[in-house]
Design a protein around this ligand. Sequence first.
Ligand SMILES: Nc1ncnc2c1ncn2[C@@H]1O[C@H](COP(=O)(O)OP(=O)(O)OP(=O)(O)O)[C@@H](O)[C@H]1O
Length: 247
Amino acid sequence: MIDVGNLDIRFGANHAVRGVSFRVEPGETFGLVGESGSGKSTVLRAIAGLITEWSGRIAVDGQALGRKRDRAFFRTVQMVFQDPYGSLHPRQTVDRILSEPLEVHGVRDADTRIARALEEVALPRTARFRYPHQLSGGQRQRVAIARALVADPRVLLLDEPTSALDVSVQAEVLNLLADLRAARSLTCILVSHNLAVVAHLCGQIAVMQGGQVVERLDEAALRAGRAVHPHTQDLIRLSREVEDRAT
Ligand SMILES: Nc1ncnc2c1ncn2[C@@H]1O[C@H](COP(=O)(O)OP(=O)(O)OP(=O)(O)O)[C@@H](O)[C@H]1O
């Protein structure tokens, strides 16, 4: 469903992504992990069409993509960002926020679709006429997820979707994403520095460092700590320390 080949991205002298390649099969969730600055978000943003200066291959559903994306692309591929507060318009009600993608893509039955999307992300009906600041952080991220899903995409790109949330609601939102992905047969890429989050959602994982993929492993290997590369071992040790501190 997603095919990235030899992706290369530079920001001036900063060679942020160096020859990254991976494939994601339909219905799978692929994880990109790595330390801060390793290039994971940049890969995701290039796939989403938010970065236009890149070289290599990006194909979705067998179609090679250019630098500019057309409207049909955004019907197929949607993104959820880390900070729901920053990604939702503060002066728009949830109803307006969810109406917009439907208008852009000329989708009918907006009323029914918005009600269904809110139900899918388990928001109360009353949330529809609220503004983002009237909702909790977890509820705002549910609105961002509903907005991404309202026009029925097939691919969901998730950039640290739970990192900005209170620890107490992170698991809820992760479980919601796991349920939605199964119910809608979505193909996903998840970027996170949190290995526990990645192991929870992803079958295949690529570990990035310095703009390159340094190791690939599956979820079972990650859980068992069967990593070869020192950077992956560091990430595993760090995430265990964080977990130990939390318990
Ligand atoms: N728009 C941009 N302009 C210039 N440099 C950028 C831009 N976006 C990212 N970079 C640089 O590219 C490199 C990779 O950044 P990126 O955000 O992809 O890393 P990351 O692994 O996602 O880290 P984090 O988890 O902190 O977001 C960094 O050196 C960063 O400073």
